[in-house]
Ligand binder design. Sequence first.
Ligand SMILES: Cc1cc2nc3c(=O)[nH]c(=O)nc-3n(C[C@H](O)[C@H](O)[C@H](O)COP(=O)(O)OP(=O)(O)OC[C@H]3O[C@@H](n4cnc5c(N)ncnc54)[C@H](O)[C@@H]3O)c2cc1C
Length: 333
Amino acid sequence: MTKCLILGAGIVGLSTAYELKKKGFDVTIVDSNKKGQSSRAAAGILFPLSPWENLKYMQELCISGHNEYNKFIENLSSIDKKKIGWEKKDLIIFGKNTNLAKKWYKKNKFVESIFIENKLIKEEKNIKEKYENYLSIKNINTLNPQNLIEFYRKSLLREGVVFKNENIDNIYSYVDIPKNHIYDFVIVTTGSWSKEVFSEDHVKVKPIKGQLLHFKTKEKLLHNILLYNKYYIFSRGDNNIIAGATLEDVGFENNTTLEAEKNLKNFVYEIFNKSIKIRDSKMTFGFRPYSGNGKPYINRDLRNRRIIHNFGHYRYGILTAISSAKIVEKFIN
Ligand SMILES: Cc1cc2nc3c(=O)[nH]c(=O)nc-3n(C[C@H](O)[C@H](O)[C@H](O)COP(=O)(O)OP(=O)(O)OC[C@H]3O[C@@H](n4cnc5c(N)ncnc54)[C@H](O)[C@@H]3O)c2cc1C
């Protein structure tokens, strides 16, 4: 039986493991629990927020990611859908990106989108009166990424996948150790840490820190995902609200900041009526793996053909995890 080792247990690694296991491969996963894992910090919007900013390759990966999740969710039981915190919402874009979005979705008709010249207050009653004209994209999948991680871990353990806690300093030395010759393929899904793992100049990935504000409100604040200029806001469950996310080029700076908290709170106060109270707020952070042009590395390593790259998914790694895993599968078949 073909043996695969997956290095990295974020969503990209876990989705890859899940897809390979379905194909009948023998799978082992190694991870060293780095602080700032991106997948645990992610918002869980399974849709590109500003696809026009991406290269064609990433745009297509996002579109197939959207379609793959529709299939994935369709095959889950209603209990599992609940466990992963799955909800369908509309994405409402207003503010300065509206025209760009309108143009992009006119060309890329894989979802239903409607431009409305009217006050947004009709759609989201808590919003300030002043917001008019918006683009509404229908039926976007959202979930809680931490719950998806738990779902994958449990399913994979049940299927006999072995999880190991180990830090790999250099992938080339690691695959050369005789005991690791048993693996036919080693798939590297180490997100922002991938440059260190390869210690090679051609791997350009670096971390772009993102911070999220989580808070509660007494009543249900929102039904949909709102994207206003550079930030978004939506609810998980009834009154757990997430607003985000910052984009910070600060290396592996390992903390949340008061400045980010202030900016995100100001964003919330900017779009909602004064009556909105931010309660029990909490900040979280993670490191998005950025490849320099936003295109992930999904290919075979040139120096060692047993090694397969699957990292650098930047802002859309939850969304594109299944579609990326399907590409990896082709290298192994
Ligand atoms: C605030 C925020 C919000 C986001 N929201 C969304 C969203 O709504 N939708 C979306 O699609 N994307 C979102 N993203 C982006 C998304 O989180 C990432 O693209 C995705 O999680 C990347 O997954 P990954 O598995 O490649 O990396 P990670 O989740 O970072 O996992 C990498 C794993 O590799 C392990 N590892 C690293 N080095 C080693 C080593 N040497 N040895 C052993 N193990 C190692 C780490 O411990 C870690 O577990 C968001 C990101 C942030 C920060």
